[in-house]
Design a protein around this ligand. Structure first.
Ligand code: FAD
Length: 400
């Protein structure tokens, strides 16, 4: 099999948010970087509601306004009994155009010298006798070749094969994988382009929630995520149609695009590193276990993986222990909150509609219509437990 024209310092598989930011980080530091994407168009096909907090984006990359479809200033959480938690925050976050965002990241990486190939699929890894990986097998329109490299960054999303080729058993049982369905709609009635809506109800979305995320005056992502562990045989798409009837009644908006996808449970650091393969974003199962949000975690992990690859290569001794800094740094930055979310999820999955009503009413009494500039999810969880002490009975199910 022919080897690519040139070897690289780093090959990154997947041009989502994790891969894009990893590529910017290594290329900007002067590393010879190849970014590989199997689809023809960066950011397509999309399976995401595109919401991100302000810090999730700004802490990782200076914002380009062309990436933003909506600036979010308020969030409303609806309980089954019609209670509301209305949070105002002048800079709560954004709804992105992920297609423009991801293309934007790739453009920045390319401007720093990163080679980008689309329509090219990674099909395997090449290891040496010592088990260290020396390259990535690629397939481009029937042409197979190997891109040699010193470090591989797996940014190939939920279905990651790179992590598995490296020897990590990332397959999750179905009860640790939420299922989601979404429509992009135009002509959405009662749409406030600055407001995100979240609906909690064990009948509408068992173990999850439904959402309406605006993408301007007229467009919105409307979706649902549910946990098979409590939803049983109920499926996301029919349940989404039920939710749409409740939310829109007869005034059905026009569906433009339909997507279904999976949201894996956070698995700690165990899928983040194998030899000289650094695994990022959804490939490493780095998603918030309550919200299902993964874009910010993908960006954080892509950046930290890139920074660690730079240190490893600048050191020049090939000392693999340097790469261990990547999961350590990520856990130091995000681990505490991610673990709290995972524990909170174990309680959340067992909450009844009465529990949801009580928690949303109690937290609403504290926060409603106030401008809350710093929403600490851990604080919200504590307040919810204080308001509904009987929830503590569910805490016995939490595995610490
Ligand atoms: C319905 C739904 C709604 C969601 N909504 C939100 C939300 O509102 N906010 C949020 O933060 N998160 C959301 N998420 C999660 C979010 O979409 C992911 O966490 C995020 O996309 C992860 O980024 P990533 O870079 O790790 O992977 P991805 O974005 O999945 O990118 C992986 C890339 O790798 C490419 N690839 C895969 N295999 C190969 C290969 N062998 N060779 C070459 N390329 C390959 C893919 O084509 C893809 O471009 C949602 C998820 C779902 C399912």
């Amino acid at each position: 099999m022919p080897v690519s024209d040139r070897d690289y310092d780093v090959v990154i598989v997947g041009a989502g948010p994790a891969g894009g930011l990893a590529a910017i980080t290594t290329a900007r530091a002067g590393l010879r970087t190849l970014l590989v994407e199997k689809h023809a168009v960066i950011g397509e096909p999309l399976c995401c509601a595109e919401g991100i907090s302000l810090c999730g984006l700004n802490d990782n990359i200076p914002v380009d306004r062309r990436w933003i479809d909506a600036d979010i200033e308020r969030c409303v959480l609806y309980s089954p009994g019609g209670r509301q938690l209305r949070l105002h925050h002048p800079d709560a976050g954004y709804v992105l155009s992920r297609r423009r965002f991801e293309q934007g990241l790739v453009d920045i990486a390319a401007a720093h010298g990163c080679d980008v190939v689309t329509n090219t699929e990674a099909t395997g890894l090449v290891a040496d006798d010592g088990g260290r990986f020396r390259g990535v097998r690629l397939q481009e329109n029937g042409r197979a070749y190997i891109a040699g490299c010193a470090v591989i960054i797996a940014a190939d999303g939920i279905e990651s094969m790179v992590a598995r080729w490296a020897g990590l058993d990332t397959l999750l049982p179905t009860d640790r994988l939420d299922s989601a369905a979404q429509f992009l709609f135009s002509g959405v009635p009662d749409l406030d382009p600055t407001r995100m809506e979240f609906y909690f109800d064990t009948e509408i979305a068992p173990g999850g929630y439904a959402w309406v995320f605006p993408k301007g005056e007229d467009l919105a992502n409307v979706g649902i995520a549910l946990a098979p562990a409590v939803a049983g045989s109920r499926k996301a798409m029919p349940m989404l149609r039920e939710f749409m009837k409740r939310r829109f009644g007869a005034a059905a908006p026009t569906p433009l695009k339909r997507t279904v996808g999976g949201i894996p449970e956070f698995c700690g650091r165990k899928f983040m590193l194998k030899q000289n393969v650094l695994v990022t974003g959804d490939a490493a199962r780095l998603l918030d276990s309550i919200t299902g949000a993964g874009i910010a975690n993908a960006l954080w992990s892509g950046r930290l993986a890139g920074e660690t690859a730079v240190e490893f290569l600048r050191d020049g001794r090939g000392d693999l222990s340097i790469l261990k800094r990547y999961p350590e740094r990520w856990m130091a930055a995000r681990g505490r909150q991610m673990r709290y979310f995972l524990w909170a999820r174990q309680i959340f999955l067992r909450m009844s509609n009465a529990d949801l009503d009580a928690v949303i009413a109690a937290t609403g009494a504290l926060y409603n219509d106030q401008t809350v500039t710093a929403i600490d999810p851990i604080d919200v969880i504590k307040k919810a437990l204080r308001a509904r002490p009987s929830l503590l009975r569910l805490a016995r199910h939490v595995v610490w």
